[in-house]
Design a protein around this ligand. Sequence first.
Ligand code: C2E
Ligand code: CA
Ligand code: CA
Length: 291
Amino acid sequence: KNADAAMYLAKSRGRNNVQFYTVQLASQAFNQFTLEADLRQAVQRGELTLVFQPKVRIDSGELSGLEALLRWRHPTRGLLAPGEFIELAEDSGLIVPIGRWVMLAACRQIRAWRDAGRQVPRCAINLSLNQLASETLEIDLRHALASYGLSPQMLEVEITESALMTDTQRADRVMRRLHNLGIRISIDDFGTGYTSLSYLKRFPAQVLKIDRSFIGDLPADRDDAAITEAVVAVAHKLGLSVVAEGVETEAQWAFLRELGCDEAQGYLFGRPVPGEQLVERLPRRTPSTDL
Ligand code: C2E
Ligand code: CA
Ligand code: CA
């Protein structure tokens, strides 16, 4: 069993390496094991919750979209960010029911904002690799939209560049179906994977999100500045809109505005907050804005 635990650690570090069993490893494995057991029940127990972060138009700073981000109110460990459980959810297959919950919860929130008389911009949800492989993805999305009487134009899906590149054929097929439904598709964490430009051209995405690792040291870091400028140029040539993520300073905003980036998201414009708190940021609906 101990050798097994060491082997799993080695595999999780990208194979091709050697790991020894330690007592610490055993407690870590136990931790993961109990966390997985807890996660199995999290949906039924109502422990999952969404927070929403604004995206803004880079020129005016006006609200242009939202991203729903998952949180887990763990009964003993407190509020957990996805970094602490998404991988586990993926490895265990739990991401499919959890993802289904995310779609429904996002649509329910959009409906609630609308019913409170607010205009709601398009809201993005994150999809991970195993959800792309799920046979029911399209049905689940349709079901969530229909349950709250929303059109597909209200939703966007964000898929990481690395997930797309893992199984390009499947990703292609699935994305085309979602695209035909009218759901906007955005490539997340762009710049961290190895997308070929020809693939990018064929792929039915409308948006590239430049990974935050390129934004953090702008405008001082010359390499990051050059990469960002190049990504914006290529994306625009291919007819894609560009979102910069992780924008935290005025200087970063000014630099990105100068480059002609389209939208920005980051602590400068708002942290992810529960739906009730975001409502003040949503403009009131008037008869002419009613869809
Ligand atoms: P992501 O899609 O790249 O989401 C953006 C992450 O950056 C969020 O972390 C957000 O809180 C954080 N962030 C936003 N603005 C700033 C900023 O200005 N500075 C810094 N330092 N960070 C900023 P979070 O919520 O912890 O999410 C982490 C990742 O978990 C997400 O990365 C996404 O890949 C994944 N994730 C979140 N929710 C879901 C979900 O419902 N389903 C799936 N499959 N994955 C999710
Ligand atoms: Ca995202
Ligand atoms: Ca991202």
